[in-house]
Design a protein around this ligand. Structure first.
Ligand SMILES: [Zn+2]
Length: 287
């Protein structure tokens, strides 16, 4: 069932668990995530970066595929189709394409411009029934070619953006996109505490969920994080399973080259990763 992400995240905030956002790249990714969420009776958010949207030939294609697949598979758990790190233009395009949720990432603008553009997009999203996430400061690591250093957001700027009517807020607390470096200092829980205190209990979003130790994830949820983004980890497990299949020579046996067989171990590996995260985040049986 395609819905926006507002209610699922308010429930998560009040129930002290988090909903996973799993980014999709193609049909296999989408199918694996939807089936696993349904099996675990968990709400789920499908994230689509602008790059992945382009790869899948555009946001319209993505929305049509997700809607049809959600129906064809008989998915009854709440599913949000969410633009991840959207530009101003990308956010508008996703509203028109039939997404149910958008993130506008104005973190690279100065705060005044971020406020102005976020305000405009809040009105547009809400007019069309979508939920909207905004971001303050930059989150480290690499996201579609943009690199940062595990930055920490300023609580006052967070308060300003949170007051614009957005539904959930992404704020850097030392988290990083992609693989974490060996010398990473961990999440900054003092910063999270201050941001939570300054933002009127708005559901907070933790980006860069791949490779954060489980105890830090649990602590972040206890301090107000209601949505956790997972992208790289599904890519790593897909690649690992696919490499093993080919290295074992299975594509050379019988019809092992058939893409439905060749891609199956990777699709199963994505399911296993999504299952592990849903259980860790506590959203199983919360649909
Ligand atoms: Zn992110």
């Amino acid at each position: 069932m395609l819905v926006n992400a507002t209610n699922m995240l308010l429930k998560a905030r009040d129930g002290h668990y988090a909903v996973g956002q799993f980014n999709i790249n193609n049909l296999e990714w989408t199918k694996s995530i939807l089936l696993t969420a349904q099996e675990l009776n968990s709400p789920v958010i499908l994230g689509v970066s602008e790059g992945a949207g382009k790869y899948m030939t555009g946001f319209k294609t993505v929305a049509a595929m997700v809607k049809a697949m959600d129906e064809s598979l008989g998915i009854t758990v709440p599913v949000a189709l969410h633009l991840d790190h959207g530009t101003y233009e990308g956010a508008k395009a996703c509203v028109a394409a039939g997404f149910t949720s958008i993130m506008f990432d104005g973190s690279h603008y100065d705060i005044e411009e971020n406020v102005a553009k976020t305000t405009e997009l809040v009105a547009l999203a809400h007019d069309h029934g979508l939920s909207i996430e905004a971001e303050v400061g930059s989150i480290g690591g690499e996201e579609d070619g943009v690199i940062g250093m595990g930055e920490v957001a300023d609580p006052e700027q967070c308060a300003k953006i949170a007051s614009l009517g957005i539904d959930f807020l992404a704020a850097g607390i030392g988290n990083i996109h992609g693989k974490y470096p060996a010398n990473w200092k961990g999440l900054d829980f003092d910063a999270l505490d201050k941001i939570h205190a300054a933002t009127n209990n708005i559901p907070l979003v933790l980006h860069g969920g791949t490779g954060i130790p489980e105890d830090m994830i649990r602590k972040a949820i206890s301090l107000g994080v209601s949505k956790i983004n997972v992208n790289t980890e599904c890519q790593l497990s897909f690649a690992d399973a696919t490499r093993k299949y080919i290295e074992a020579g299975k594509d050379l046996q019988g019809k092992g080259f058939d893409p439905r067989k060749l891609l199956a171990p990777g699709a199963e590996a994505i399911k296993a990763t999504v299952r592990e995260k849903i259980e860790l985040f506590g959203s199983a049986n919360k649909a």
